[in-house]
Design a protein around this ligand. Structure first.
Ligand code: SF4
Length: 322
């Protein structure tokens, strides 16, 4: 399968440059795997402010309800510098039109959640551990349709698979948009039917109604409504039960052509998957074997069998994704 390259803004310290406060960078296996498949835009907001690496670390402090970004030891206020750098970066990033952001976890500049806030500099306990960084918070507000993740969270199998699915689906949709025809949109919708069903059956219906265009919208309005609802759908992580439903739908294509033993084997496997004894990929492999054997053309194109490049699946994942 051919995949469009997602455009991702990434914190430069994740596998690209020694730009962290202590002069190091983060080595991240997932990012190394992504490099051949993704167009990355690198950004280090703290270095953009003119700081060096190594440097004094930064923290967010809150006094009288006002948050500021300060150097941890000296207390020098860098808030306005960061705001300026962020605004400048926004214009460049907007022109890049990213599908997503992959940012450094817990950084007061780049963190998307779990950033600590303190009441002062020095050795004091934090008053919150749930905030966003200054740069990331601005980007999350200004790119509501982009996917945001951090390098810590994508070590989790389900979060990583969902992130990959979202960015590759959105990159594919970007190409469909360039065609701007109902035919291209219908094809996109059809080939993603079972993937979307796994995410949300209700949202799948909403997208179906948009494609049917009973409201006689213009092409631009159709695409706009579809994109907005596609984002909502992708944000809903598939559950085991929703995957079982999809697997049963796909099984329905073959059930009359299979022997009783084959059918029993499949139902047993489905139950094992439901009871978290085997991974989802085992059941999908059985179905895929039948797709090939019976040359079921509608299913051959279905992205649910490969929503992102197979090379991104880690061997160590084989027992996960239950
Ligand atoms: S977390 Fe962000 S600001 Fe800090 S070193 Fe990494 S890229 Fe630079």
């Amino acid at each position: 399968m051919n995949f469009e390259r997602p455009k991702i803004v990434i914190s430069k310290c994740i596998g690209f440059e020694n730009c962290r406060f202590d002069g190091s960078m983060i080595h991240n296996h997932e990012v190394e795997q992504l490099k051949p498949f993704v167009d990355f835009m690198l950004i280090c907001p703290e270095m953009e402010m003119g700081l060096t690496s190594p440097r004094e670390s930064l923290r967010i402090i809150e006094t009288d309800g006002v948050r500021r970004l300060v150097l941890t030891k000296s207390g020098v206020d860098m808030t306005e510098d960061m705001k300026q750098v962020t605004k400048e970066a926004y214009l460049t990033i907007r022109a890049f039109q990213p599908e997503g952001f992959l940012l450094k976890s817990r950084s007061p500049s780049c963190g998307i959640k779990e950033v600590r806030v303190y009441e002062s500099i020095g050795k004091v306990p934090c008053i919150s551990k749930k905030e966003k960084g200054i740069f990331s918070g601005f980007m999350m507000e200004h790119f509501p349709d982009a996917v945001f993740e951090d390098e810590g969270r994508i070590s989790n199998f389900n979060i990583r698979e969902n992130f990959y699915t979202m960015i590759f689906t959105k990159a594919d949709f970007r190409m469909v948009k360039t065609e701007n025809t109902i035919k291209a949109l219908t094809q996109f919708h059809e080939k993603n039917k079972y993937l979307f069903m796994a995410h949300s059956q209700n949202q799948l219906k909403v997208l179906g109604r948009i494609v049917a265009n009973h409201k006689n919208l213009t092409m631009d309005e159709i695409y706009e409504a579809y994109e907005e609802n596609l984002h909502k759908l992708l944000l809903k992580m598939p559950t085991c039960g929703q995957y079982v439903n999809v697997m049963l739908h796909i099984f329905g294509y073959f059930s009359k052509m299979l022997s009783e033993k084959e059918k029993a084997y499949f139902i047993d496997s489905l139950e094992d998957y439901h009871n978290k004894h085997i991974p989802q990929s085992t059941v999908m492999a059985i179905l895929w074997a039948w797709v090939i054997r019976f040359n079921e053309e509608y299913l051959i194109q279905q992205t649910v069998f490969e929503p992102f490049p197979k090379a991104l699946i880690q061997v160590t994942d084989s027992g996960k994704g239950l």
